[in-house]
Design a protein around this ligand. Structure first.
Ligand SMILES: *Cc1c(COP(=O)(O)O)cnc(C)c1O
Length: 364
């Protein structure tokens, strides 16, 4: 029998969350962001759930090929554009739209031989200082692109650094509006946080939104808001089973480093999930888990293949009980991925992307 651990991808939840993101910006088309192998879910696994999107956005050319192999004939956008000249051949062949964020990418286009002009998304660096043309250089880049026979429609794009927090997006929006006001073309601005928190603001109206994390059932601004607040559902469940039970007397400790010691009699369940499965080692004592759908906590350190959980208040739980590390339990109870992520000092993004290869995955 295989080790009792499994991840489940929930197609109904993907559909639900996609509809939620669409409702947050009802006038916009929706890029389903499927970079990083659909945030660790697997592009092929999420495809049925997300094919209601208007397009797919990702970074990796190999992943773009996989989306085309699934039969997707609609828009595919490369969010970082091309990395070397021959990438443009694949863009031509697979009809990929691509971001243009630097002069080198325009140089490559100028040398490229293509029959069909490329659809490009010219990116403005409106303050995040990662990708994009600086405001004072943006118009020149647009003019140069517009003069190339290799280029067809030019769309306009930027990315917000603080959509999930108190600083917000107004300062970047002002820069974007000022620079692009009289330029033609479709616009795309918002990730999940901007779509959910600012989607109702007429100033952020755009032709396309680019939600990722919200589609995958994690609240982009947790802990200020949780998935229940945004009406999102977990799309990935990581669940294992209890493979052993220990009784502790007061003073007994659990796990490596004797990190946790009981101050009263305790029952401890050992679950078949560890950091080699992608469960963060930084999830310390107190991190919530569900056992048979009931909330309890981790005690002691996460090890490579096992974690230890407190069963003291769950006398009916024992060998074989279901342990939900994140997602949806068999009884319907939900543990958002944001909770263990926060215990580990990180985000739901990192946990879902880090699901280990040794964990079998099913879709439901
Ligand atoms: C990853 C990414 C997104 C999606 O962001 P979420 O926070 O996951 O919604 C949107 N736009 C760009 C350019 C990205 O790289």
């Amino acid at each position: 029998m295989p080790r009792p651990i499994q991840a489940t991808i929930h197609l109904d939840a993907l559909q639900h969350n996609l509809a939620r993101m669409r409702a947050a910006a009802p006038d916009a088309k929706v890029w389903g962001v499927v970079k990083a192998d659909a945030y660790g879910h697997g592009i092929e696994r999420v495809y049925e759930g997300l094919r209601g999107a208007d397009g797919f956005a990702l970074l990796d050319l190999e992943e773009a090929q996989r989306v085309r192999s699934l039969g997707w004939r609609g828009p595919v956008l490369l969010l970082e554009g091309v990395f070397e000249p021959r990438d443009l051949e694949l863009c031509s062949r697979l009809a990929l739209w691509h971001t243009v964020h630097c002069d080198e990418q325009i140089d490559m286009l100028a040398m490229h031989k293509t029959r069909e002009p490329h659809r490009v998304f010219l990116k403005l660096n409106s303050g995040m200082n990662r990708l994009g043309f600086a405001p004072r250089r943006f118009r020149a880049a647009w003019t140069r692109l517009n003069g190339l026979p290799q280029v067809g429609e030019i769309s306009l794009m930027t990315h917000f650094s603080d959509a999930d927090g108190p600083k917000g997006i107004a300062h970047q929006l002002r820069v974007f509006d000022e620079i692009t006001r009289d330029l033609p073309g479709e616009r795309t601005l918002s990730n999940s946080a901007a779509s959910l928190r600012h989607g109702a603001d007429p100033a952020v109206r755009a032709d396309w939104i680019r939600p990722g994390i919200g589609v995958y059932g994690s609240a982009p601004d947790y802990p200020e808001h949780d998935i229940a607040h945004w009406d999102l559902q977990p799309t990935m469940t990581l669940a294992a089973r209890i493979i052993a039970v220990q009784q502790l007397a007061p003073g007994d400790s659990v796990g490596y480093g004797s990190h946790f010691a009981a101050d009263a009699p305790m029952r401890i369940g050992v679950a078949a999930c560890g950091y080699a499965d992608g469960y963060p080692r930084h999830c310390g004592t107190g991190t919530p888990v569900l056992v048979d759908g009931m909330r309890t906590r981790i005690v002691g350190r996460v090890s490579m293949d096992m974690i230890t959980v407190d069963l003291t208040a769950l006398p009916q739980a024992g060998f074989g009980s279901e342990v939900t590390l994140w997602g949806r339990a068999g009884n319907g109870a939900v543990l958002a991925i944001d909770e263990p992520a926060r215990s580990a000092g990180t985000l739901g993004y990192e946990l879902m992307c880090a699901l280990a290869r040794r964990v079998p995955v099913v879709t439901a």
